[in-house]
Design a protein around this ligand. Structure first.
Ligand SMILES: Nc1nc2c(ncn2[C@@H]2O[C@@H]3COP(=O)(O)O[C@H]3[C@H]2O)c(=O)[nH]1
Ligand SMILES: [Zn+2]
Length: 955
């Protein structure tokens, strides 16, 4: 068999300029001659009967950089030699020549096992008996003769030169604007540094300039993009091989192997292979134009770029095939899903919604902080579709067009992570009785599917996933750096000082990704092996890395080289691949595939050098517990931060859900059953996070902790940990012994049975602290959601945890802290204030007010804060007569006295309303309440007045 050697080092350079192939006949050698006639190191190896690999190892440094690659192309066997610093472009061109491929043909290289490898200078040397396989996977059918190809190429280059000329001209005229922009920026930084007068109008991130101009640097030049589109159009008539089309349906597909123009071709292929063009009468040229426009509108940002658009679409495409989705949900939904994926991050600026909102960018202002980016992506998508020559839906009847538009908007808006819990919870509720005939179910499924695809990198092979993580972290760090620079709140999960690769992934996969994937896996078990298990494995992998770095933290700071080495791994965001590969080399099985349930990850959040991490001395069990609830402020997941940042939640789901009836007008109305309690859960999450600050602060003071009835699962759990495994609550209720999760479930049913008076009394006796959360918050949110639905509009519900946004009916999270120590010097309260300030809640600020006369209790007094609470205490009885004239009110009043009296000297006690679930009876307006509060003795505790269980017992 012919066996030729291609030497890239000396001949590649000329390959661009000459029309000869990239290797010269002079270095073509037969297979038999190859070893003897190779450069010196291989010749030497031949003499000493060593293998090529041995020879390479024993050679000099410079020679070691030389790579020898054996490969087959068709029936031929060839060998290429090049230096590892040879530009990849040259190497591609070399192999292109070897395959006698034209400039627009697509080549792929496979290992003997059939895996794709990149044709670049990183291609590993191999042995003659295990050659790579070089394949021409797509050839240009109309390729004609070489001169014709060159002419076409020249025309493209010509076009590019003219474009550059035009750009230079434009740039010259732009110059003064750029100077102005720099001046503005300088002014901003001076303000941040306090070098110029504060108070002048200061807007972050160049509010004055149009949004897209601000990110000019992040946009590939128009001409570069046009060139890619030209190339795509040039190759767009190619036929991809069956093998490539099959690979395209697998989650293992490696995007890194493909150029942008090839990716456009792959996207086109998806529409073709799903037969969408025929089914929906979509003109192929219109599709091509659409794809080009999409390409032109993605930015050159590290993560949210065109390649990300492709991977998301490709994952969706894989799922579509795996589940045979068109048969289940129809072709139109399939078209909507695929197109939504392609458009879902259009014109992403590389700074997420949290930044947009905090920096008050033009987008946040335009969309009123409601999913600014997702709204923008949709808007750009439909702007593209406004052009009939790019409108793939142009032949659709108006009503179909409308529903496609609605579907795409719904899907793209669903990718806002602030809505993650909302969507996942709704889906989990309907999944057990999933009904393909129920529109609402299909809508939710589509929303979940696009979310799954959007965050599916970790379901891919490590080689593909890890570079994506690097890209993501790069984008994260750029954002957090900018936040620091601009004096904005620093998004913790993006902060290079706080996270590591493993900690970030443990948190994201454990709390966000896996629950979502497991949810879809329950509905479609066939996805389990395809995407859910790989995610479990990824979590396991990162958990092990994380544990390794945690062990490092626990080691005394001995400066052994090994310790230092490991420390570096965990301390910086450093590449974890080194650990991975060494473990793999050692043949260790990192991943245990058997376990069905995945343990919650342990997370070492901060870098070991920060004081925060040194301060930590939790046992592993404690660590797991704490983090299993996502409570640590340094490791809040993106979802939690987003939920906290966004003041509003918006639901696009206008279809009825179970328990809702449809009035025919498209919007659901409440038919009496509780709607899904998604907002409650979201608010519980926020409350829980907040609770941890309190619990931590209390621990510092080493005070006994007691709990009120509205304590959330997470608070109870964190308290259990903080209290060393036992909740020192004086409650004698049945729930005390049961799991707290049950308690919360009961709470949702209004059946909670914790005995507050006893808790409070005991706390008082033992100089302890009572913690309680206001249940009102979560319930009001549900109520608001309910009201929103009743109005038949897309509802905007109340903020979750922002004190500034307190209204009459919604109160923000505020703890009830009861302490015997006067507040002014109470270190606990001082610390609480610090924590809450950090978290952006000022609920405890009022704790700094003058201590009450008897010095017993400290309660937030802001009228705003207390606006909608139902306060029951012996001295508030008159509120009941004002708010309600019925018997229940009277009864509540007397109950309050009777329950509170035993300990009322110390801690005049709260009691609560009973029986009545009609909450309005005890709701008092903010103004009324604030007036009333002026007369309230300081010592009291706030609690929910609705349906208190203690009352039940008394009944
Ligand atoms: N930490 C982490 N975050 C991810 C990963 N994949 C996706 N995300 C986040 O999930 C978000 C999904 O929506 P976006 O695409 O806006 O931004 C994405 C990222 O912020 C991942 O592998 N790790
Ligand atoms: Zn995305």
């Amino acid at each position: 068999m012919a066996h030729a050697e291609l030497d890239a080092t000396s001949t590649i350079k000329s390959s661009h300029s000459s029309n000869s192939l990239s290797y010269t006949p002079a270095i073509l050698k037969s297979a038999g001659q190859q070893l003897e006639q190779q450069p010196s190191q291989t010749a030497a190896a031949a003499e000493s009967n060593c293998s090529v690999a041995d020879a390479q190892r024993s050679s000099s440094n410079q020679q070691q950089r030389r790579k020898t690659v054996y490969f087959t192309v068709g029936q031929r066997q060839e060998v290429a030699i090049f230096e590892d610093y040879t530009p990849s472009e040259d190497i591609k061109s070399l192999f292109s020549s070897a395959a006698e491929a034209g400039p627009h043909d697509i080549l792929k290289m496979y290992t003997p096992e059939g895996s794709l490898v990149n044709i670049s200078n990183r291609l590993e040397s191999n042995r003659p008996d295990t050659p790579y396989r070089l394949e021409l996977v797509a050839a240009h059918f109309n390729k004609g003769s070489l001169p014709e190809q060159l002419r076409a190429e020249l025309a493209l280059l010509d076009e590019r030169v003219s474009d550059l000329e035009r750009r230079m001209h434009d740039l010259a005229s732009l110059y003064p604007q750029d100077v102005q922009a720099m001046r503005d920026e300088l002014e901003q930084h001076k303000q941040i540094l306090g070098l110029c007068r504060a108070g002048t109008t200061f807007r972050h991130s160049g509010m004055g300039r149009p949004y897209w101009n601000r990110h000019k640097a992040r946009r590939k030049s128009e001409s570069e993009k046009r060139l890619v589109c030209e190339k795509y159009l040039h190759i767009s008539t190619m036929t991809l091989t069956e093998e490539i089309r099959r690979c395209l349906r697998m989650p293992t597909f490696d995007n890194w192997q493909w150029e942008d123009e090839e990716i456009l071709l792959l996207l086109q292929q998806m529409y073709v292979d799903l037969d969408l063009l025929r089914k929906f009468d979509i003109d192929l040229n219109v599709l091509r134009k659409f794809l080009c426009q999409v390409y032109m509108n993605y930015n050159e940002v590290p993560f949210h770029n065109f390649q990300h658009c492709f991977t998301v679409s490709q994952m969706m495409y894989g799922i579509i095939w795996c589940l045979n989705l068109p048969d289940k949900i129809g072709d139109l939904e399939t078209l909507i899903l695929l197109t939504s994926c392609i458009c879902h991050d259009l014109d992403h600026p590389g700074f997420n919604n949290i930044y947009q909102i905090n920096a008050r960018t033009e987008l946040a202002l335009r969309y009123n902080d409601i999913s600014p980016l997702e709204n923008h992506h949709c808007s750009v998508a439909f702007n593209i579709l406004e052009d009939p020559t790019a409108n793939v839906f142009r032949s659709f009847p108006p009503e179909v067009y409308k529903s496609v538009r609605e579907g795409i908007i719904r899907c793209i808006l669903a990718t806002d992570m602030a809505r993650h819990n909302e969507i996942l919870n709704q889906f989990n509720q309907i999944a057990p009785e999933f009904d393909y005939n129920n529109r609402a179910h299909i809508n939710l499924l589509c929303m979940v599917l696009i979310k799954v695809s959007d965050i599916s990198n970790e379901a891919r092979p490590m080689d593909v996933a890890e570079p994506w993580l690097d890209c993501l972290l790069q984008e994260f760090f750029e954002q957090s750096d900018r936040e620091k620079m601009e004096g904005l709140p620093v998004t913790p999960f993006m902060d290079r000082d706080k996270i590591t690769k493993p900690s970030s992934q443990c948190s994201f996969i454990g709390f966000v990704l896996l629950p979502l994937f497991e949810a879809i896996g329950r509905l479609y078990p066939e996805l389990d092996t395809l995407i859910v298990n790989p995610v479990r494995e990824a979590l396991d992998y990162y958990r092990k890395l994380n544990e390794a770095s945690r062990r490092n933290l626990e080691q005394p700071a001995s400066p052994t080289p090994a310790a230092n080495e490991q420390k570096e791994t965990s301390a910086s965001i450093a590449d974890s691949s080194s650990i991975k590969s060494s473990e793999q080399q050692a043949g260790q099985h990192l991943l245990d595939n058997e376990g069905k349930t995945v343990e919650h990850p342990t997370i070492v959040a901060a870098t070991p050098t920060t004081p925060i991490s040194r301060e930590r001395s939790f046992s592993q069990e404690e660590e797991i517990r704490r983090f299993s609830f996502g409570l640590d402020p340094d490791t809040f997941t993106e979802v939690e931060i987003c939920e906290k940042t966004f003041s509003f939640k918006i639901s696009t789901d206008i279809r009825p859900l179970p328990g809702w009836s449809n009035n025919g007008g498209g919007s659901g109305t409440y038919n009496g059953r509780q709607p899904p309690s998604t907002f409650r859960r979201a608010s519980l999450a926020v409350m829980s996070a907040y609770s941890l600050y309190l619990a931590r602060a209390i621990r510092k003071e080493d005070l006994p902790i007691y709990f009120g009835p509205c304590v959330s699962t997470a608070l109870a759990e964190s308290a259990r940990i903080l209290a060393g495994g036992t909740v020192r609550s004086a409650t004698n209720s049945p729930t005390q012994s049961g799991p707290y999760r049950d308690a919360v479930i009961q709470e949702e049913e209004d059946e909670i049975t914790l005995d507050i008076p006893t808790v409070a009394a005991t706390a008082s006796t033992h100089n302890g602290v009572v913690l309680d959360m206001h249940k009102e918050t979560s319930e009001s949110l549900d109520l608001q959601q309910h009201n929103g639905r009743q109005k038949g509009r897309t509802e905007i519900t109340a903020p979750l945890a922002s004190v500034e946004d307190v209204t009459d009916s919604v109160v923000s999270v505020a703890p009830v802290v009861t302490s015997r120590q006067p507040s002014r010097d109470n270190p606990l309260l001082i610390r609480l204030r610090q924590w809450t300030d950090r978290f952006g809640l000022n609920a405890v600020r009022s704790a700094s007010a003058e201590p009450p006369e008897n010095g017993v209790t400290d309660v937030p007094k802001s009228p705003k804060l207390l606006g909608s609470r139902k306060i029951v205490s012996s001295s508030l009885s008159r509120l009941f007569s004002r708010s309600s004239s019925n018997k229940a009110g009277q009864q509540q009043q007397s109950t309050a006295h009777s329950v509170a009296s035993p300990e009322s000297n110390r801690l005049p006690m709260l009691a609560t309303s009973a029986g009545s679930r009609r909450r309005s009876k005890t709701i008092i307006s903010a103004t009324e309440m604030s007036r009333s509060l002026d007369d309230v003795p300081a010592a009291h505790m706030i609690t929910d007045s609705t349906n208190h269980p203690s009352q039940k017992r008394l009944d």
